[in-house]
Design a protein. Structure first.
Length: 296
């Protein structure tokens, strides 16, 4: 598996969403770097878009500091009710952290192309757009009630792309990539990949896609902020990357939460009450023509 990636010419890192659980991806990033795997393009969804941005900015060596800094910031401020009509100040926290750790590095000559999956709010269609500034990343994380407004991008409003395409690996191939590493947080024992709200057990048959994910449902909160817990998640990501790429086996990866996830229960109920629902609209369109992926 590892040799296949080392032989690839253009590798895409695809980071699915999952809020705080995306700390799992940090361990994967670090292990890939240690093994000499080099991406040519990064594609992120929701919270995974921040990991995509910091790797694309060639600041992956600071990814743990990025997460730690964000988690140390106060996330609730009642004064924010007068600014954004919400007690949560996640948008402001993200802007501050972006300026500190990424800034204009995404526009530097050695930066990698970086894209995010968004949901266009006017018609709930999926679009994938290049990251031009922090507003695109804020839109990628827009999920009420934590965010009450989304920045306007090219005259439109966009929200979390995890609703319409949480695993946009196909887009990487349209850019000319010959291999994809998909980092997602749904456990293998839970079924297929969560693709979107109507495709929660998506199966990937393409051998060019290497999926690195937990063995089981993660016993960590969607909004976990305790650093020692996030460090455990990062360690788990590292071990799973070693298992998938090197064929190792680590008993620590058997950690699991009891029962089905709340979201899985909700989806089962939704399928029961909505047997004739319309399909989620999808699109491979971007706000502008995609760049050719950079050579590693």
């Amino acid at each position: 598996m590892l040799q296949r990636l080392l032989d690839a010419k253009n590798i895409a890192y695809v980071f699915s969403g999952g809020s705080s659980r995306c700390a799992f991806q940090v361990g994967v990033i670090e292990r890939l770097h240690a093994l000499g795997v080099k991406p040519s393009v990064c594609i992120g969804v929701s919270a995974g878009s921040w990991n995509a941005a910091i790797v694309a900015a060639r600041r992956e060596h600071r990814v743990r500091f990025f997460w730690k800094s964000f988690m140390r910031m106060p996330h609730v401020d009642l004064r924010n009710l007068f600014v954004e009509l919400s007690p949560w100040r996640y948008a402001r926290m993200h802007r501050r952290n972006f300026a500190r750790f990424i800034g204009d590095a995404l526009s530097s000559p050695d930066a990698l192309p970086c894209y995010v999956s968004l949901t266009r709010l006017r018609d709930r269609a999926n679009v994938i757009v290049p990251v031009s500034d922090v507003d695109v990343l804020i839109a990628a994380n827009y999920l009420p009630p934590f965010y009450t407004s989304t920045p306007r991008i090219d005259g439109g409003r966009y929200g979390d792309g995890g609703i319409t395409n949480n695993a946009p690996y196909e887009f990487a191939f349209s850019l000319g990539c010959d291999a994809v590493i998909l980092m997602t947080v749904k456990g293998e024992s839970e079924g297929g990949i969560y693709k979107n709200a109507l495709d929660v057990d998506h199966e990937i048959a393409d051998p060019r896609v290497v999926v690195i994910r937990p063995r089981h449902r993660l016993p960590y909160s969607f909004t976990e902020r305790r650093w020692h817990k996030l460090a455990e998640l990062m360690r788990l990501g590292d071990l799973r990357a070693r298992e998938v790429l090197l064929g190792e086996r680590h008993v620590e990866t058997d950690i699991r939460a009891n029962g089905a996830s709340p979201s899985a229960r909700l989806m089962r109920l939704w399928r029961l009450v909505s047997p004739r629902r319309a399909p989620v609209r999808g699109s491979m369109a971007t706000a502008e023509e995609p760049e050719a992926p950079a050579q590693p």
